[in-house]
Ligand binder design. Structure first.
Ligand code: ATP
Ligand code: MG
Length: 245
C-alpha cells in the first residue's frame, strides 16, 4: 500500500513544529526520514499512527483518507516498549492477543523467532535479553502486526555501532522478505544511505522536507557505503545548517 502526506502542520503550545510537510511512499518502497534532534520526526510518526492529531493537512493510504488510529500502520515507537512482566512470546503477540486470537498469534510468532535471532528466548523476560535482542523483539512485534505500512522510529538508535551495523544488515535482508512499505526515522546518515530507497531530509523551523535523495538504482553494500563521502557530507551540512536555523 502507498502512503501520501499532504501539507501537514502541527504546533505545541503555539510553537509550530511541522509545517507544509508533504511526502509520498510508494507501495513496497523503503523511505528514510532524517532530521536533527527535536525537529519533529517522532511527532510526524505519531500523527500517522493516530496518537496525535495534525492541526492542518491530511494523509492517505492508497488514496483513501485516514483519520485517527488505523489498521494500515504497524508502529515501532522510539523506545522498545516491551512489557517487563510479559515473556517475549507474550510481548510479540500483544497485538494478536488484543484481537482475541491468542493461540493463532502465538503459533504464527513462534515460526519467526529463529529468523529474528530470538530462538530459545520465547519464554524469557525482556530483562534477560541484550539491547539488540530487545530491539529485534520489538521489531518482530511490529512485523507480526498484519498492517501494510511499517513506521519505524530509530529502531537501532540505542545500540552500539557494531550491533547497530549487524541489525542494519539483518533489516536489509528482512526487507526483501517483508516487502512492506516502510517509513524509517533515523538521525544516522549511514543508516539512511544503507537501508533506504529514498531519503527525505526534514529541516528548518518549523520543519518541512528540505531535500530528497533517490537511491533506487543503487545495489547496497558496506563497500558502497564507504564510497559515499560526498553524499554523506552533503546530508551532514544540510542537517547541521538546518539545526541552527
Ligand atoms: N506532546 C507534546 N507536547 C509538547 N511538545 C511536544 C510534544 N511532543 C513533542 N514535542 C516537542 O516537539 C518537538 C519535536 O519533537 P519530536 O519528538 O517529534 O522530535 P524528534 O525529531 O523525534 O527528535 P529526536 O531525534 O530527538 O527523537 C520537540 O521540541 C518536542 O519537545
Ligand atoms: Mg524522535
Amino acid at each position: 500500500m502507498k502512503l501520501r502526506v499532504e501539507d501537514m502542520a502541527i504546533a505545541f503550545e503555539n510553537k509550530k513544529i511541522l509545517e507544509h510537510v508533504s511526502l509520498q511512499v510508494a507501495e513496497g518502497e523503503f523511505v528514510a526520514l532524517i532530521g536533527p534532534s527535536g525537529c519533529g520526526k517522532s511527532t510526524l510518526l505519531n500523527i500517522l499512527a493516530g496518537v496525535l492529531q495534525a492541526a492542518e493537512g491530511c494523509f492517505y493510504v492508497d488514496d483513501e483518507k485516514v483519520e485517527g488510529i488505523s489498521s494500515h500502520f504497524a508502529y515501532m515507537p522510539q523506545s522498545d516498549l516491551l512489557l517487563p512482566w510479559h515473556t517475549i512470546l507474550e510481548n510479540v503477540t500483544l497485538y494478536g492477543r488484543l484481537h482475541h486470537a491468542k493461540k493463532q498469534a502465538q503459533q504464527q510468532a513462534l515460526k519467526e523467532f529463529a529468523t529474528f535471532g530470538l530462538a530459545g528466548y520465547e519464554h524469557a523476560y525482556p530483562k534477560e535479553l541484550s539491547g539488540g535482542m530487545r530491539q529485534r523483539a520489538a521489531f518482530l512485534r511490529t512485523a507480526l502486526c498484519s498492517a501494510d505500512i511499517l513506521l519505524l522510529d530509530e529502531p537501532f538508535g540505542a545500540l552500539d555501532v557494531i550491533t547497530r551495523n549487524d541489525m542494519q544488515d539483518w533489516l536489509l535482508t528482512m526487507r526483501k522478505e517483508l516487502q512492506k512499505t516502510t517509513l524509517l526515522v533515523t538521525h544516522d546518515i549511514d543508516e539512511a544511505l544503507y537501508l533506504a530507497d529514498r531519503i527525505l531530509i526534514l529541516g528548518g523551523s518549523p520543519a518541512s522536507i528540505v531535500k530528497e535523495i533517490n537511491l533506487h538504482e543503487v545495489v547496497k553494500s558496506r563497500d558502497w557505503l564507504f564510497t559515499q563521502g560526498e553524499q554523506r557530507k552533503e546530508i551532514y551540512s544540510l542537517l547541521r545548517g538546518e539545526s541552527h536555523a
